[in-house]
Design a binder for this molecule. Structure first.
Ligand code: ZN
Length: 151
């Protein structure tokens, strides 16, 4: 059962129990909804983005499994204060971390706590849980007013 232990690391369980930035912003200037029908995860993301496309503040609310909630929580911590360009770079590395084929080496620097999701790639259904918040974030930054769906 060590695989499952890897997947549900203490950090993930902590963030499921007490998610960070779990609230509605008073005056968001971007927001988006995300839905992962495979698992039933749903979230709303609220952003306050300044004129240089830097994320001044970010929050989320929603209901979902441990992976999706922890991923949203850790994502809000990781990207607060970052520019949209920096966010895209972090997302690209995170996406590689959770989608690199099993058996292949993943060596992705500078992901900090987001590295706890490295076990997710062994569970393809869970990849959608882990990336839901990120897809929703990109929808919010693109400001298209769409619901981000993982399918
Ligand atoms: Zn899920």
């Amino acid at each position: 059962m060590s695989d499952l232990e890897d997947l549900y690391q203490a950090t993930i369980l902590d963030h499921k129990k007490s998610p960070q930035n779990f609230r509605v912003l008073d005056t968001p200037n971007r927001q988006a909804e995300g839905h992962n029908p495979l698992c039933g995860d749903k979230l709303n993301l609220y952003l306050d983005v300044d004129q240089e496309n830097r994320i001044r503040d970010i929050s989320f609310q929603g209901e979902g499994c441990a992976i999706s909630t922890a991923s949203a929580s850790l994502m809000t911590q990781a990207i607060k204060g970052k520019t949209q360009t920096e966010v895209e770079e972090i997302f690209a590395r995170f996406h590689k971390l959770v989608t690199t084929e099993i058996g292949q080496q993943v060596d992705i620097p500078d992901l900090g706590k987001l590295a706890v999701f490295s076990g997710v790639r062994e569970y393809p259904m869970r990849v959608k849980c882990a990336t839901l918040a990120w897809h929703t974030l990109r929808a919010a930054l693109a400001d298209r007013g769409e619901t981000a769906v993982t399918e």
